[in-house]
Design a protein around this ligand. Structure first.
Ligand code: SAM
Length: 314
């Protein structure tokens, strides 16, 4: 396929065979794996995943690419090894949520409710943060239990090509680091593992972006485990009743002014100052604590405590 790439859609296609081989090798793909590919573009990566025997669902926003892709992969679409959805991936994910919430659809029969083993994507760099916010809390609705496990818990692997700097920040930044942000807290909360896999020279993309890329891996946890106060794999989890959305909103609020103290970032219409002081003290968090000094567990415990105080049980 021959196209003029759209910058607004982050169209930097992966054209180096060596890198494409490396991506599928690191993603540990095998026959029968159900893979969601975000932004299939001209199908460069799709082709390699199909050759591994994976069942692939692609979500592509660009009208021209969607049509050309459908022609190019006619045979695979016919055999149902491949499906393509013409949509903005964030909208598509939100629609799936709605279908699940309303109990519509009959699971296997409805492509939009299909569950996956892996997400693999050469992401448009400009949607990385928004997409992760959508993906990380969606383990339960997006993934199926691992096929080689006795557990019925959904389990998901997400392999993404990101801007190198973002990849480092997301995988290698910890509590206390200057670059530790709300996004790091969400990654720590919803993932049982995160790994920077390898750097990709900008010349491997066409057109070449102004920055290098990198491949990362996130192992996503089910909600119940992610949002419990003891999320070890074998621990009995103390349920918090906190939803992914509530946690997300709270963490973002605490980081609203990154250099300020947490207590000054929580508005009184959310939680009274006195309640914040009491909750922090009971958790041995100093009053002057700043958001970058708090771990995911600290945020979760703080929110849990604040809710208990508000409900009169804390
Ligand atoms: C970096 S290119 C990768 C294309 C192809 N996978 C490859 O590796 O060559 C990103 C692709 O995502 C598509 N895209 C951009 N924003 C999107 C969105 N919100 N939802 C779905 N696809 C999107 C672009 O049109 C483009 O095809």
């Amino acid at each position: 396929m021959d196209f003029r790439a759209k910058k607004s859609l982050g169209q930097n296609f992966m054209v180096q065979e060596k890198v494409l081989n490396k991506i599928v090798a690191y993603a540990n793909l095998s026959a029968g794996d159900r893979v969601l590919e975000i932004g299939s573009g001209t199908g460069n990566l799709t082709r390699y995943m199909l050759a591994k025997g994976c069942e692939v669902v692609c979500v592509e926003k660009d009208d021209r690419l969607f049509e050309a892709f459908a022609k190019e992969f006619e045979k695979e679409l016919e055999s149902k090894q491949l499906r393509i959805v013409h949509a903005d991936v964030m909208r598509w994910l939100a629609q799936r949520d709605q279908v699940e919430r309303e109990g519509r659809g009959d699971g296997e029969g409805k492509p939009q409710l299909r569950k996956f083993d892996k997400v693999v994507a050469n992401l448009p760099f400009n949607i990385t943060t928004d997409l992760l916010k959508f993906l990380l809390p969606r383990c339960n609705s997006l993934f199926r239990p691992a096929q080689d496990s006795l557990s019925a818990e959904p389990s998901g692997d997400v392999y993404l090509l990101l801007q190198d700097e973002a990849a480092h920040r997301l995988c290698n930044c910890s509590v206390g680091d200057a670059n530790y942000r709300a996004m790091n807290v969400l990654v720590d909360c919803f993932c049982s593992g995160r790994e920077y896999l390898f750097k990709i020279d900008r010349k491997a993309f066409f057109p070449a972006p102004n920055v290098d890329g990198a491949m990362v891996h996130f192992k996503i946890m089910p909600h119940e485990r992610a949002l419990s106060l003891s999320s070890g794999a074998h621990e009995e989890s103390a349920g918090t009743g906190i939803s992914a959305k509530q946690f997300h909103t709270f963490v973002n609020q605490c980081f609203s002014r990154r250099r300020k103290m947490v207590k000054n970032n929580i508005p009184s219409n959310m939680y009274e100052g006195e309640a914040v002081a009491t909750a922090m003290e009971s958790l041995s968090l100093k009053p002057e604590t700043r958001p970058q000094d708090m771990s995911c567990k600290d945020f979760l415990a703080l929110l849990h405590k604040l809710r208990a105080i508000k409900e009169g049980s804390g």
